[in-house]
Design a protein around this ligand. Sequence first.
Ligand code: SAM
Length: 301
Amino acid sequence: MRAFVNEEACAVTAPAAPLLALGRLFVVATPIGNLEDLSARALKVLNEVAVIAAEDTRHSARLMQHFGISTPLVACHEHNERDQGGRFLARLQAGDDLALISDAGTPLISDPGYHLVRQARAAGITVVPVPGACALIAALSAAGLPSDRFIFEGFLPAKTAARRARLEQVKEESRTLIFYEAPHRILESLEDMREVFGGERPAVLARELTKAFETLKGSPLAELCAWVAGDSNQQRGECVVLVAGWQAPEGEAAVSVEALRVLNLLLEEMPLKRAAALAAEITGVRKNLLYQVALQQQKSV
Ligand code: SAM
């Protein structure tokens, strides 16, 4: 349908400014090692956008060269992301499509991009994910630890006290735990995990994923520490640490919160055996099970 029926009248008024479509911001995952992991869609988007906002333009120039992409690169890293945001927004608002990439993997995942994405969405810009490589997901997919529920903790603090405090916070987390770590701190971090979570806790070290020396080593934390300490090659390259979630001591999970409450109240007043017997009478839970739970609790104090 035409906007104006009276063409004569239109001719004497100023021409209506064309309605500019807003550009879109594509958040594009790039490989974490193996360049063949760049998706066909990522390649198409990187070729077609007006500009690529890159964490490190020199680093990404090599990727662009490899794929013959000539789209201009503009720096968008943690130090300029907030200030540059306005410049990128202006281009998006002028109708240019932009791609955001980081040095490797998925932008925003322990990488810059959060501020730009937030600003773009707040300004009504369509933000389009172009998924691909992500070290934590690649590691989880091959680690053999429960993958139905997990938490990603990113990088642990560099200083020992802060790192241990962070580990203490997730000590009784039942979901699989995933951490990123730098190679020069991998041994210290694994040792802290062994101290805080216990040497028996199953863990997996996923190193150099998708690269020539890809290694996935799964064993209890005590063994994993000894293995990494004894082989300096395991202290090189990029790594992800996955740790099995906390499991309640055997029996405890089968005892209701109410039965545990009764047991613990009685334990304050009488010896363990008597408390277990009385708690069993009150709650209907087996005496032996309550006895074992009380014993476990005493051991872990
Ligand atoms: N955005 C990236 C992603 O999607 O995984 C993560 C960037 S973060 C700055 C870098 C960290 O990711 C590394 O220190 C390491 O913990 C992990 N990482 C990246 N590439 C890896 C690889 N090929 N193998 C194992 N871990 C990797």
